[in-house]
Design a protein around this ligand. Sequence first.
Ligand code: NAD
Length: 295
Amino acid sequence: MIVLDGKIASQSVKDSLKIQVAEIHAKGKRAPHLAVIIVGNNGASETYVASKVKNCAEIGFTSTLVRLENTIDENILLQKIDALNNDDGIDGILVQLPLPKQINEQKIIESIDPAKDVDGFHPISAGKLVQGLPTFIPATPYGIMLMLEHFNISTKGKHAVVIGRSNIVGRPMSILLSSNSKYGNCTVTICHSQTPNLKEICLQGDIIVAALGKPEFVKADMVKDGAVVIDVGITRVEDATAKKGFRIKGDVAYNEVAAKASAITPVPGGVGLMTIAGLLKNTLQAYRNRMLDVE
Ligand code: NAD
């Protein structure tokens, strides 16, 4: 059984990006620049945002963190995004989700210039992904594809079962795995909260991607021997014995499933780290696309 270690795979992506940024610097050009907007102070969002900013610094990107109050009006956020859209020195814009209730998330996603949409959530980016055109792939599915590539997991002709149909994970994941590409060419079944016989379907999966947000939902009796199991879930579960008062749990019951799987991602230390790698790659791509215009 192989542990698909996100630390190793993401470090390899970051090392390659670091070299590319050094080459950019050597030519006397400015570094790629990511703007991250956080609204309010949700604990998990704070952690993700801090990690994104830290990783940018690690590989030589510039980042700007924009903090806005939880109570702000939607228009203030739209104005902020508009300013970043029009700022030539910004290559990528990311608005950390979820947003407070008074703000329409879809409207915010659609207000980001598709050329700077490094999260890949804009309908233009999603439409291009569906048609197999070059685009920004949502960071988590992108990171999973980078993970499959790093560990050279063969996918061609395999049956992949994706649990979850969200726009940020499950749906784009199903498109990538079914695409005509080296780490695609799977036959994909996409499952969701209304899927009957989920266990029977999972048992047919050569590859299972669990992205439903229910801690330890996928048990050993749902997984066939030798399956590749990708755990996307991140849920904070209260635990008084933990230092922070909670533990991070994935969507897979790791120990029992690992005993049957041929490869499995741990949580933490798996897909989460690859998500950052995907975001960084998208940001460099946005930079390159934009700098071509000025070269
Ligand atoms: P979401 O709530 O938007 O979507 C969950 C999906 O799971 C839905 O499509 C729903 O139909 C399906 N679902 C819910 N209950 C189900 C059930 N009992 N059986 C089958 N399907 C069921 O969530 P999301 O944004 O896609 O995130 C999913 C999980 O992945 C969450 O735990 C989230 O925190 C985590 N996540 C992790 C990363 C990362 O970097 N590792 C990134 C994004 C999301």
